[in-house]
Design a protein around this ligand. Structure first.
Ligand code: NCD
Length: 401
C-alpha cells in the first residue's frame, strides 16, 4: 500500500512503492503536458472548489528547484509567491519557527530552501503541527544534509532510461565530488538504497559521506565503495553523477589552487570522457562549476543534465499532484480534453470537445450522447468505449418512443 503523500522533509519520506508511484505519475504528466491537446487537463490539479491552492516559497539562492516548483504550480492551476530568505526577518535574527508561525496562516503549502540550517524544513513542519496550521511543508534543500525533491528528479531520470536494470539494482553509479557537503548526493544515496546497485563514492581522501548516512546505508542493497581516482572506475559505470564544490555550504574558504586541483581530479576531462562507456550517462544536479565544462552536452550526448533539469518540472508536478489531488484520475481528465466527431441529423459531421458530453445512451447500439445543454446528438461513427460518462436512456430509446 502506498502511504499518503504529505510533508516532504527527507528522502526517507519515500519508500520503494512511493517512488515508483511518483515515477509513473511523472511519466503520465510528462506525456499529458507534451501533448498540447491534453495539457489543459493539468490546470485543475491544484484547485479546490474553483479556488487555486496557495504556495508560499521561501528560498535561498536557487534556479532550477524554485523555478520548476513555480512553473509546476502555475501549470497545475495553483498560485505561488516566492520570497528570498534574505528578504525575510530571518536576517535580523528571527528564528525559523517564528517565521513559519507568522507566514503559516494562509498558505496550503510552504516550500522552504535553506542553505545554513539542516533542519529548516523539519522546523516548519513542527510549527504546523504545534499550532494546528494546515500547511504542508516541502523541503527544497536543507543545509548540507538533504534535498529530497532533487532525489526524485535524479532517480526519475535514471528510471526513465533504464527502468528494468534500475529497479532490479543492476546499475553501477559513480557519485563524484563533494561527498561531505553535497546534499544531493546524500539524498540520492537514500533513494538508491531502495533499489540497490553498485555505488562508487569518488572524492578526495579526506572527504566522505557523513557518518549518519553511512550508518543508514549499511545493511541496504547498495554495494558501496570509496574511490579516490575516478579514472579507476569510470569504465565500469552506467551513471556518473558529478557535483560542484559546495562552497556555499562549507565553513572554510577554498583557495584557487585547491579548486583547480579539485576540478582536475573530480571534474570532466578528455581522459575521463574517453573512459566512459558508450551507453553511459553523466548527470549533474547543477549548477556546475569550472570542472564541468559548459556546453559539454553539445559535443557529447551522454551528458544529459539538461534533460535531468527538465525532469525537475515533471517530477515536482507529480509530487504536488500526489499530495494535493491523490484521487484525481489524470488519464481520464486528459481524455476529456479530446474531441469526438458527431453527425446526428446534420449533413456534415463536426467535432465537439469530449468534456461537453455529460451522458451517453445506454440503449443497445444507440450512439446518442447528451450535451451540457441537454440536447441529444449522435456520435460518428460509434460511441467511443473510452467515453467514461454516466449512462442514461435517450428520448428515442425510451419504451414509449
Ligand atoms: C543543488 C543544491 O542546491 O543542492 N542544486 C539544485 O538544487 N539543483 C546542487 C548544488 O547546488 O550544487
Amino acid at each position: 500500500m502506498v502511504e499518503k503523500f504529505s510533508n516532504v522533509i527527507s528522502a526517507r519520506d519515500f519508500g520503494f512503492l512511493e517512488l515508483l508511484k511518483l515515477f509513473q505519475t511523472a511519466k503520465e504528466i510528462k506525456e499529458i503536458y507534451k501533448n498540447e491537446a491534453t495539457r489543459p487537463a493539468l490546470q485543475y490539479v491544484l484547485q479546490k472548489k474553483g479556488q487555486s491552492l496557495f504556495f508560499r516559497i521561501i528560498t535561498a539562492p536557487s534556479t532550477r528547484t524554485i523555478t520548476s516548483f513555480e512553473d509546476a504550480i502555475r501549470v497545475l492551476g495553483g498560485f505561488s509567491q516566492t520570497s528570498p530568505l534574505e528578504f525575510t526577518s530571518w536576517v535580523k535574527g528571527e528564528t525559523l519557527r517564528s517565521l513559519a508561525r507568522c507566514i503559516g496562516t494562509l498558505p496550503d503549502c510552504i516550500i522552504i530552501r535553506h542553505d545554513k540550517d539542516d533542519d529548516a524544513a523539519q522546523k516548519f513542519a513542527s510549527v504546523a503541527t504545534d499550532y494546528d496550521l494546515r500547511f504542508i511543508t516541502i523541503n527544497a534543500g536543507s543545509g548540507k544534509k538533504e534535498h529530497p525533491t532533487q532525489m526524485i528528479v535524479d532517480l526519475f531520470t535514471i528510471w526513465e532510461r533504464d527502468q528494468t536494470k534500475f529497479v532490479n539494482g543492476d546499475l553501477t553509479y559513480a557519485l563524484i565530488g563533494d561527498l561531505s557537503h553535497s546534499r544531493t548526493i546524500h539524498s540520492l544515496l537514500l533513494g538508491l538504497s531502495h533499489f540497490g546497485g553498485t555505488v562508487f563514492l569518488v572524492g578526495p581522501p579526506e572527504e566522505n559521506i557523513p557518518p549518519w548516512l553511512a550508518q543508514e546505508l549499511s545493511g541496504t542493497n547498495l554495494r558501496i565503495q570509496k574511490v579516490i581516482n575516478q579514472l579507476d572506475i569510470i569504465s565500469e559505470c552506467d551513471y556518473l553523477y558529478y557535483t560542484r564544490l559546495q562552497e556555499n555550504l562549507r565553513h572554510k574558504k577554498i583557495s584557487k589552487e585547491q579548486k583547480h586541483l579539485y576540478w582536475s581530479l573530480y571534474g570532466v576531462t578528455d581522459e575521463s570522457r574517453g573512459l566512459m562507456l558508450r551507453n553511459a550517462c553523466a548527470l549533474n544536479p547543477l549548477p556546475a562549476d569550472e570542472g564541468y565544462p559548459e556546453n559539454i552536452d553539445l559535443i557529447d550526448p551522454r551528458f544529459i543534465h539538461y534533460a535531468q533539469a527538465e525532469n525537475g518540472f515533471f517530477t515536482r508536478m507529480a509530487l504536488l499532484k500526489l499530495i494535493f489531488a491523490p484521487a484525481l484520475d489524470l488519464r481520464h481528465a486528459a481524455s476529456e480534453m479530446g474531441m469526438v466527431s458527431v453527425s446526428g441529423k446534420l449533413e456534415q459531421p463536426f467535432t465537439i470537445p469530449i468534456r461537453s458530453i455529460n451522458a451517453v445512451c445506454a440503449g443497445e447500439k444507440c450512439q446518442s450522447v447528451r450535451l451540457e445543454n441537454h440536447n441529444w446528438i449522435t456520435l460518428d461513427p460509434a460511441i467511443d468505449e473510452k467515453l467514461k460518462k454516466p449512462k442514461t436512456i435517450c428520448p428515442s430509446c425510451l419504451p414509449h418512443a
